[in-house]
Write a protein that binds this ligand. Sequence first.
Ligand code: JFZ
Length: 591
Amino acid sequence: MKLTTAYLASLALVSGVLPALAEESMDQMWGDRSTKSGVETSERAALFRDGNYGMFMHWGLYSHLGGQWKDKTFYGIGEWILRQMHIPREEYMNLAREFNPSEFSAREIVRVAKEAGMKWIIITSKHHEGFAMFKSKHPFNIVDATPFARDPMKELADECRAAGLGFGFYYSHNQDWTAPGGSGGPAKNDDGSPASFDQYFKEKCYPQVDEICSNYGELAYVWFDTPGNMPAEHVKALAELVRKKQPRAMLCSRIGHGMGDYESLGDMEVPLKNHDGLWETCDTTNDSWSYAWYDQNWKDSKEVLHRVVSTVGRGGTYLLNVGPDGKGRIPTKAAGYLVESGKWIKEHPGVVYGAGPSPWGHAQPWGDVTRSGNTLNLVVFDWPTDRMIYLSGIDGDIAGATLCATDGKRVPIPVKRVGGWTAFDASAADAATVSSLAGLIEVSFAKAPKIDATLGIHPNIPTHLSCEFARVRDATYKRINWMEKFGEWKFALQVADWKPDGTAEWDVDVATAGDYHVSLTYKGEGRPVWSVTTSEGLKIQNQQAATHVYQSYPTGVIRFSKPGKHRVAVSLGEGNPNKSSLEAITFTPVR
Ligand code: JFZ
């Protein structure tokens, strides 16, 4: 929950980049998203806790526009097009008459989710635009206002149930841009009388949440979003309604006022450090959540798999979004990549389902680690050229290490100790039998090993260390956030505001003595001078360029004269102490 607080504080700082929301600060917009009790251990939480991977879907009237309004393309997140393109409400609502997703097939969507290895689907029943994708008493809905006239949510709920997938609804409880009184909606009713949030809540929000909780069978999730400054009493009323009607549904923290069962992290990120409690990170297969005609920036199969594994490795659950188009089809590329990564997961289900976090608490340069009982799953996304996989700090007896090939073949591989490090030798394995997506080495122990989680500097692959792992003195460590395109959030875990003698210092465990190229990732202005010192008393210092985006610059070659524990410190010699923002240090072994 610490992360959430810091995160919200940082969001408040960037409110300036969100012009349309200027009247409310960002933290008001996203609201308090802490959870009630931290860890939910009930049986009800089992699907979430063990499934670890679900499908998110953004689908609505905005999908019909697909990022295009008249002769203009909107390059931000597609579901915000009404607001960001200032489309007149009337005109937008009339689009329903053209919306006919005749290619929608719940069966096909469920097939993709199942083959992808996902365990549930959460879909937008109503997003900020206010359009209900389900049959509702409120007339602005897909059954009553469109030529399609079917209830796709019913079809999807039924298919999910038949296929053994969990099913849940996203519902925008606070923002409603077309309902009078909704957040961001008209301030007046159609007859000119003033509208209130209370009114919107009573007339639309509460009754619709009642509908989605009553008419679609058992729900595994109700995923409220952007609570903003919604009054606690309303949030409480919704939570109670869900509890009563859907006692098994899990609530995400974005319901607000600490009433969620699990924490939903900031969008589109896999955290770098293990994170306690029940939490989820939501992400999308391209840049936008909803369909956008131009958005071809797909995460390929390998990247999807990497994010799934790393989220599980950090202790969380991955919710990955697809945006069906105006005809109801999941874009072919997205479906293809999902299914391909799903094949890998199906071959190695233990890596994801029921798996626990990496005992190292962070990713490895070659990939990541998840845990199944006394087995560690080493998932290799970037093979070092010598195919040796190194891990630092294992204190325990290894019963065996097995390279798992694509064809089901399992090849025992040699393991050797190198000082305090352990090396898994996959060099003799036939390259053709190792999946091109990721290699898997299962390491079994008679009993759970102790792990010294000190950051390792690897001998055969670059090691990239974020400032999140640094000890910072006389400078400020802070998470900063910004939007790249509208709604596409990026963040950096960085150190700035350097006082004289300020340092960012890492404790490291070096596998082998030798020379290493050191580079620093930073942004700033002018030509800063950075220096890097080691606890052996070596120092390298150099002047480099700087720009307003994070880039990596070589500082020089440094030597560790012996393997084992060292300290490495970075400080700013010359340059703007406030604008010089350090994000990471990288060590690349000299060959
Ligand atoms: C919200 C929505 O506004 C958006 O359209 C999409 O549905 C997304 C999943 O959720 O946007 C957010 C909410 C929270 C954060 C960022 C975007 N956040 O906390 O970083």
